[in-house]
Design a protein around this ligand. Structure first.
Ligand code: PLP
Length: 442
């Protein structure tokens, strides 16, 4: 039935239908169990969003209690209590100046909202012509048309190019693959942004960026100071900054938000994924007062933001998000992530010396391991060798789920993982990488 009727996301279905699919029945802690009862560590947090593990009593209870009140209403001309409380909470924990919350239901729709707000902001201000966007090479912001328009991963995005609005693409500082290393990579990014702003700022509405860690391109960490300097340039040239914290938000990098790592306050910020602990589809776009005020006007429908979704501000989703954020405080999650990240870094150290491990990149509990054919020349494996896929399949045989990004093995465990669980997952990762790339065992 799965093969007959389900069309899976990001999946070549012919390959899938020739494979041995995994069907998950339940989850407990940081493990998922398939229909045969086999257990797997959730080593990629069910696509980078699970925070506290699965089947968490506090989160289940929050949903159940809200279910007894109301499952869904609307924010069209009315409100509900969890949506109000969550907005207040988000404003309190996000960078200074973000005081308004607009809900949606996925990272992509949250990005879509940020793009539309940035576009209309300039129009509402009576400033014509600021209509295009800057994005970064290999950026991923989701799969709706607007989000794809500011996306820059050729494999995913190029097929749709004719139906998209054009964006300016500046280089992302990918130090490992830049001839001049980190310093030159950073310089190239900042120079490109500077040149663009210097010549075309009057055409540009906003820069959108995955702060500190670019995720889907291969967990690539920015050099220190990059985000802060880009933010300062945007401010100087009158271009809005949109921080897409969908992947990096809610403790993933060791700070509540990656922007906090460099004290950056964007004009618009998008959160999703971990917002509900990874339980229900809620996302939010936060806007600064300056942005909001451009839409706030007496009897002027032209300035209204005409955007919304049927499930905007869903009370069940907002209730579980509130419960998740409560656990962050009660369990001192951020400090926990910092301690666990140091533990992971130390445990991964031995892998760095293996002949086909090119680079291990880490920010908090967001880790990418880039495999290479030749460690000295950094020659990558060919796509056809499917090195990442094969390594992930080996990990699955050994009881851990992960999903590769090309030749990069992604390790994004639930933040609640214990040190013993992290160590067990790292052992599986090491065994998988060594057996696939070296044909041996640890
Ligand atoms: N933005 C970033 C940085 C992401 O990593 C993702 C998803 O991986 C998205 C946006 C899209 O989020 P969603 O899959 O919830 O639409």
């Amino acid at each position: 039935m799965n093969k007959n009727h389900l069309w899976h996301p990001f999946t070549q279905m012919k390959d899938y239908n020739n494979s041995d699919p995994l069907i998950i029945e339940r989850g407990e802690g940081i493990k998922l169990y398939d229909v045969q009862g086999r257990a797997y560590y959730d080593g990629f947090s069910s696509v980078w969003l699970n925070v506290h593990g699965h089947n968490v009593p506090e989160l289940n209870q929050a949903i159940t209690e809200q279910l007894g009140l109301v499952a869904h209403s609307t924010l069209l001309g009315m409100a509900n209590i969890p949506a109000i409380e969550l907005a207040e909470k988000l404003v309190a924990i996000t960078p200074a100046g973000l005081n308004k919350v607009f809900y949606s239901d996925s990272g992509a729709t949250g990005v879509e909202i940020a793009i539309k707000m940035a576009f209309q902001y300039w129009k509402n201000k009576g400033i014509a012509g600021k209509t295009s966007f800057i994005t970064m090479n290999q950026a991923y912001h989701g799969d709706t048309i607007g989000a794809v328009s500011v996306g820059a991963i050729p494999l995913y995005h190029d097929v749709f190019r004719p139906m998209l609005f054009p964006s300016h693409v500046i280089p992302y500082p990918y130090a490992y693959r830049h001839e001049g290393g980190e310093t030159k990579a950073l310089e190239a990014t900042l120079t490109a942004l500077h040149n663009l702003l210097e010549t075309r700022a009057d055409e540009i509405a906003a820069l959108i960026v995955e702060p500190i860690v670019q995720g889907a391109s291969g967990i690539i960490v920015m050099p220190p100071g990059c985000l802060r300097q880009m933010a300062a340039m945007c401010r100087k040239y009158g271009v809005l900054l949109i921080a897409d914290e969908v992947a990096t938000g809610f403790g993933r990098t060791g700070a509540m938000f990656a922007c906090d790592l460099e004290q950056v306050s964007p004009d618009l910020m998008v959160v999703g994924k971990g917002l509900t602990g990874g339980y229900l589809p809620v996302a939010a776009t936060l806007a600064s007062d300056v942005v909001y005020e451009a839409f706030y006007a007496d009897y002027d429908e032209q300035k209204t933001f005409f955007h919304g979704h049927s499930y905007t501000g869903n009370p069940l989703g907002c209730a579980v998000a509130l419960a998740s954020l409560k656990l962050f405080e009660e369990r001192n999650m951020l400090e926990g992530v910092r301690v666990k990240a140091a533990f992971v870094e130390q445990k991964l150290a031995a892998l760095r010396h293996r002949p086909h491990v090119g680079e291990i990149r880490q920010k908090g509990l967001m880790i990418g391991i880039e495999l290479v054919r030749d460690k000295v020349s950094r020659e990558p494996y060919d796509w056809a060798e499917q090195i990442g896929v094969r390594t992930s399949l080996r990990a699955r045989e050994l009881g851990m789920l992960t999903r590769p990004l090309g030749n990069v093995i992604v390790f994004i465990p639930p933040l609640a993982s214990s040190e013993a669980e992290l160590e067990a997952m790292i052992n599986i990762l090491a065994e998988s990488i060594i057996s696939v790339t070296e044909g041996g065992s640890v």
